[in-house]
Design a protein around this ligand. Sequence first.
Ligand SMILES: Nc1nc2c(c(=O)[nH]1)N[C@H]1C(S)=C(S)[C@@H](COP(=O)(O)OP(=O)(O)OC[C@H]3O[C@@H](n4cnc5c(=O)[nH]c(N)nc54)[C@H](O)[C@@H]3O)O[C@H]1N2
Ligand SMILES: Nc1nc2c(c(=O)[nH]1)N[C@H]1C(S)=C(S)[C@@H](COP(=O)(O)OP(=O)(O)OC[C@H]3O[C@@H](n4cnc5c(=O)[nH]c(N)nc54)[C@H](O)[C@@H]3O)O[C@H]1N2
Ligand code: SF4
Ligand SMILES: [Mo]
Length: 859
Amino acid sequence: MNNFIDKVKSFKMNRRSFLKWSAATSAALMVTGYESELSEVSAAEADSILSKKGEWVSAACWHNCGGRCLNKAYVVDGVVIRQKTDDTHPDSIDFPQQRACARGRSQRKQVFGADRLKYPMKRKHWAPGGGQKELRGKDQWVRISWNEALDIVSSETTRIKESYGNQSIYLVHGADGRSGEMRAPFALYGGYVEKYGSRSRGAWARAMQPIMGIHQKQHALNDRMDILNAKLIVLWGNNPAWNSGSYAMNNLLRAKEAGIKIISIDPFYNTTASVLADEFIPIRPATDTPMLLAIAYVLITEDSPEKPLIDWDFLNRCTVGFDSEHMPQGADPKENFKDYVLGTYDNQPKTPEWASEICGTPADKIRSFANELGSTKPATVLFGWNSARIEKGQHVCLAQTTVGAMTGNMGIAGGCFSCSAQEPSTNGGPALVRAGSTGVSELENPLKQPKLSSAEHWDAILTGKYTDGVGAKKDIDVRMIYHSHSSTLNQTNNANKGIKAHRKVEFVVTNQYVLNPNAAYSDIVLPITTMWERFGNVTAGNRETLIWARKVIEPLFESKDDYWIAKELGKRWGIDSLQIQHISDEQIIFNQIAGAQVIKPDNSGYEPLVTITDDDIKAWGVEGKPQIGRITLDEFKEKGIYQVERKKDDKFVYIHNKKFRENPEENPLSTKSGKIEIHCQELADMVTKAGWNKGNPIAIYEPATHGYEATFKNWNKKIKGRYPLQLCSIHGQRQTHSVMGNVPWLREAFPYELYMNTIDAKARGFSEQDVVRVFNEHGSLLRRLHITERVMPGVVLLPQGSWIEIDDNGNCRGGSANMLTGDYPSGPDIESFQACIVDVEKYNKELEPDHKWKQRIVL
Ligand SMILES: Nc1nc2c(c(=O)[nH]1)N[C@H]1C(S)=C(S)[C@@H](COP(=O)(O)OP(=O)(O)OC[C@H]3O[C@@H](n4cnc5c(=O)[nH]c(N)nc54)[C@H](O)[C@@H]3O)O[C@H]1N2
Ligand SMILES: Nc1nc2c(c(=O)[nH]1)N[C@H]1C(S)=C(S)[C@@H](COP(=O)(O)OP(=O)(O)OC[C@H]3O[C@@H](n4cnc5c(=O)[nH]c(N)nc54)[C@H](O)[C@@H]3O)O[C@H]1N2
Ligand code: SF4
Ligand SMILES: [Mo]
């Protein structure tokens, strides 16, 4: 084994050797183990590979990163020699190349990583029923055959189903609801417990429907050309430089170059702010609601005919609930927003001074910002998702919408108050090019209950109780966890509880291509192919692009597709494979391409994108009809991308809610009242019905359990408590959540350190690169320290997603942020990642920089 690791290390230094490694693995000839495949190659042999002509293949970048960029792999004899990104046309701001980030460009380091899972494995001390379950996460691995692995998964599932029923099988999918292929066999075998809701977009995921009648993804974003119409841009808890792939930053840079003022409001002077912002306004994590309420207070109290700050026309025509005269039907007039802000009934005016004590932004700054926002029209205010990724985060969504409506920055050119993150970052509006439907029909899970919230699932497994609406908790008895398409243990709150839950159940299985935490805490691990080894995929990047990525190489080692695993399990349960996958991989991709549509140049509708001939259909072996489209199948295949060219003021400029603003009666929103609901009973009911706490129809401030206030033992006297610092866990550049963080190149380029302000570091006697222990009542982790002025005093910041790796003292040396986040469920889809309090102490042991660690190579 050591011999192997050494060889892998030497591959990193010796490119010629790497070629041999690639050649050996891609041939999928792993018959007697791989040691013999890793021998050094002669220079002549390497040169002969290099001299052969290869092909550039468009290669998937499939992670949940919010970008969809063009990646290409140069393949010679089934070996990937190098990668490149979009060079299909010259780059310009109107027609930008869809360039890959550092992760995308390192993709081959993941696909060909020495730490790829190669064979099916079982935990050494596993036995039917679980064996030594406490060894999960630290046991050794034994290679087994696919037959043995599938027989074990099938027989253990059957045993558990027959003993405890289908409601004891927890099948976990990805955060973004990506359909796991494993759903089908489990649905056909009687069903499974599923998690519900998002664990990604905070309260934005659901709250915006009752408030504004929009699905969170589109939100209220205007398109990228319209940004140039703004007089002011505010990036509120928003860091596209790190977390929005492709060209979001270009759009903002263009606005900056046009002279538009940009303000950033964030606990972290992030890279986006350092590149773009004319002004930076610090705010403590999880305190956006008080800041928004105080802005509303200033707008209400300082608005006058001489200095109009509020757009009364918009407010009165297009919203309900702002004041007692504009309440929705049946609502108590006293429950209006204005009186709450003024403190009419609770005797607490929500003044800048009141907010400042909580959010840390100086009161004068809140006042001047509110005046600037109210008097600079139109303004584009772009929120990230982090601010509402907190307990009771729906108040952020409601307060944000309310201030947006008060300033009238909705439905007009240059005016928008929206989330701007992931694929549509800075670019809202309907797709200008879109894929056809796959034709796959998802099988329904016959088991409708129980369903688990990801903020409560570990607790439910440990206590046997879960929340299902108002009233007493209900019983649940999870005996088995099956992970596919997710990294749930690492990515949901309170990972220590998660580990306990994994060690409690009788059986844990994971489909994976690396030994991520889900896999490490499993009994059986099934090695899967990456997208580079599958038939292909078609994805939309942003509204202007459609990408077709193809198969790059044959499956490495013994890895298999999820569908193959699903069908093999199905066979063992007497389920027909056709029921599990009813159309072929080729047909799925063909359907998406043949059904792809592109906007007509005059914006009068859509037309087919791709010309398909009878010969194409024959060559693919699929069912379909010939058609005439804008480009040939070969052109799409060769380029890997179709992109709609844009121009400033072209026909595709999108302004959200324009028609609604012009005539709300004729163009009502799909909310209860047809208007924007500043008083939103449906939202309050949704929260109440979920069963954890009572919802409120207007935006009010309710501190989170681990919010800023909880850093004090005596709030009035301002005496700090046991955990005096707030922890922000954000999306960093090295990883897409838990993915790619295993790649040494990326580890070296982006060290994931704990950021701490100079003042806090000095007070503790810390120095740069000290090893520190970050801890609270939920767990602890180790990191190297980076001391900086860029993060607010009282706040520490850690990029999230690193893999759990617990040392002998119970500290996570991997630095996984969810060792520290508590599970405080408060409503559907409402996570509690950002309200987190900790303390930090010096740790007197070495912690090598992450890129020097051994890779997790098993077998
Ligand atoms: N590189 C990379 N890109 C990604 C991802 C990734 O893992 N890696 N993940 C993708 C996914 S799935 C998502 S959902 C998006 C995430 O998108 P977001 O949730 O918008 O992103 P974050 O980077 O977590 O946070 C954005 C900014 O919010 C600030 N912030 C943190 N807490 C608060 C707060 O309470 N209030 C305010 N005002 N600001 C706060 C942070 O300091 C940061 O500058 O990113 C996507 N893009
Ligand atoms: N503390 C803290 N926690 C957070 C966040 C935060 O800001 N702070 N952010 C949250 C957010 S925004 C999100 S979206 C979630 C992400 O939570 P997850 O979706 O659980 O995280 P990922 O790491 O993206 O995991 C996706 C997994 O799917 C696997 N995968 C990809 N393709 C396939 C496939 O074809 N088959 C199978 N079987 N597996 C596949 C990948 O290898 C990877 O392990 O994390 C959340 N967690
Ligand atoms: S932003 Fe996302 S899709 Fe684009 S290259 Fe990076 S990881 Fe890949
Ligand atoms: Mo997410």
